[in-house]
Design a protein around this ligand. Structure first.
Ligand code: FAD
Length: 382
């Protein structure tokens, strides 16, 4: 393995790979990505891969809105030899409580102010979009046709190949074990396959970003939280959009191959690194999914798995320099929606690092927002 690099990116998920590409396409040479397993082995390869612009905070909505544009042209932009399978079947966010419906109205106002074409629709209109939706108790729904989902393995593969063509090196099955500083400045990264001298480190370790920050004695305000998902047998296409119910903590989509992928969030999950699959999840997701989408009761489950959300206190990303370690940056805290915002998150971070004009104010993702006491919480996390 090489002994030095201009930039060391730690983490080979969607964030590490997209940041590597955005650096390389701007002419930065000698970039290396260090990944302890294989690319996409973290949250990225375990995610629902939904892409939605229907957020409650302006920050998440801008990143998602602009990332949708990138997903739309990604095969061509990255000259991908396969297909990232970005399908814009829309997102239908259903509401079964008045509290939730009031929140949706506020969220849609934010989305409209940013030009996101979300519609507020009646239960009958929702039924026309998803005919097997449970109407009982449904107050209304919001729908955005340009939301959708993509194949996370292919998206990472596309970034990987494009970055590699531009000279980026990828070192997989290599774990970062330490970071050395001299007078507060980063000087090298220790790995299980040798040290790499560098003055610029980007921590894109998702759920493990806190562990990496501890290597330079910084406590990142972030915690890991297990989220489980499952996939069913494939069936004839019958559901275009992703269906989300915040009340039932459910998201559920049918993939282009016919399988349904779904998950439920569990607010009582402990803040730890456990990624075992559980029987309780199967019962929970079956209950919630068949309440919202009763037709699914006959589907057979093929596989279940879990991954870790990297949760920040306000469910917005953290894109900032790491205090006490000059030359080190962190891009984490994506709180369950890092896949969909990755393309523009990478652009924003790289613009800041290269001291270029940022397309939106990156200060909104700074670490010091947590000490100000004025956090704007994201309300639309499943
Ligand atoms: P990761 O993909 O976790 O990558 C971090 C990498 O760092 C890992 O590959 C890991 O192996 C590596 N690493 C860790 N420690 C070290 C070390 N010491 N040395 C070297 N490498 C190291 N997001 C969406 O946008 N839409 C969704 O529908 C969605 N659904 C989800 C469903 C589930 C079940 C889960 C778990 C997540 C979901 N997410 C979704 C969230 C999304 O997966 C993440 O926000 C996103 O993948 C984060 O990407 P990342 O590159 O930051 O992290």
């Amino acid at each position: 393995m090489q002994k030095s690099a201009n930039v060391v990116i730690i983490g080979g998920g969607i964030i590490g790979c997209s940041v590597a590409y955005e650096l390389a396409i701007r002419g930065v040479k000698d970039v290396v990505v260090i990944e302890k397993n294989y690319l996409s082995s973290g949250a990225t390869g375990r995610c629902g891969a939904g892409v939605r612009q229907q957020w409650g905070t302006e920050t998440n909505a801008i990143l998602a809105r602009d990332s949708v544009k990138r997903f739309e042209g990604m095969n061509e932009e990255l000259e991908y030899d396969k297909d990232i399978e970005f399908k814009q079947g829309g997102y239908l966010m259903v509401s079964y409580t008045s509290e939730e419906w009031n929140q949706y109205k506020k969220n849609v106002a934010v989305q409209h102010s940013l030009g996101i074409p979300t519609k507020m629709i009646t239960p009958q209109e929702a039924l026309e979009i998803v005919p097997h939706l449970n109407l009982k108790g449904l107050i209304g729904a919001t729908f955005c046709q340009s939301d959708g989902h993509a194949n996370p393995f292919h998206v990472v593969d596309a970034y990987y190949k494009a970055a590699k063509r531009l000279g980026v090196k990828f070192e997989t099955y290599t774990t970062v074990t330490g970071i050395t500083r001299d007078k507060g400045k980063v000087t090298s990264v220790q790995t299980t396959r040798g040290d790499i001298n560098t003055s610029l480190v980007i921590n894109a370790c998702g759920y493990a970003a806190g562990t990496i920050c501890k290597m330079v004695d910084f406590d990142l305000p972030l915690y890991p939280q297990r989220h489980q998902a499952l996939v069913t047998e494939p069936v004839e296409p019958c559901q275009g959009p992703m269906v989300i119910s915040l009340h039932y903590r459910l998201y559920c989509q049918q993939t282009p191959h016919g399988s349904f992928i779904m998950g439920v969030g569990d607010p009582n999950e402990p803040k730890d690194f456990n990624i075992n699959s559980s029987w309780e999840f199967l019962e929970d997701v079956a209950r919630q999914a068949t309440t919202v989408l009763p037709l699914l009761k006959n589907l057979r489950v093929v596989r279940q798995w879990s991954g870790l959300y990297d949760m920040s206190p306000d469910a917005n990303p953290i894109l900032d320099k790491v205090p006490g370690a000059e030359g080190m940056w962190v891009a984490a805290g994506f709180s369950g929606h890092g896949f969909m915002v990755a393309p523009q998150t990478a652009v924003l971070l790289v613009q800041k690092i290269l001291e270029q004009e940022c397309f939106m104010p990156i200060e909104r993702f700074s670490l010091n927002r947590f000490s100000g006491g004025n956090l704007v919480l994201e309300s639309a996390v499943v």
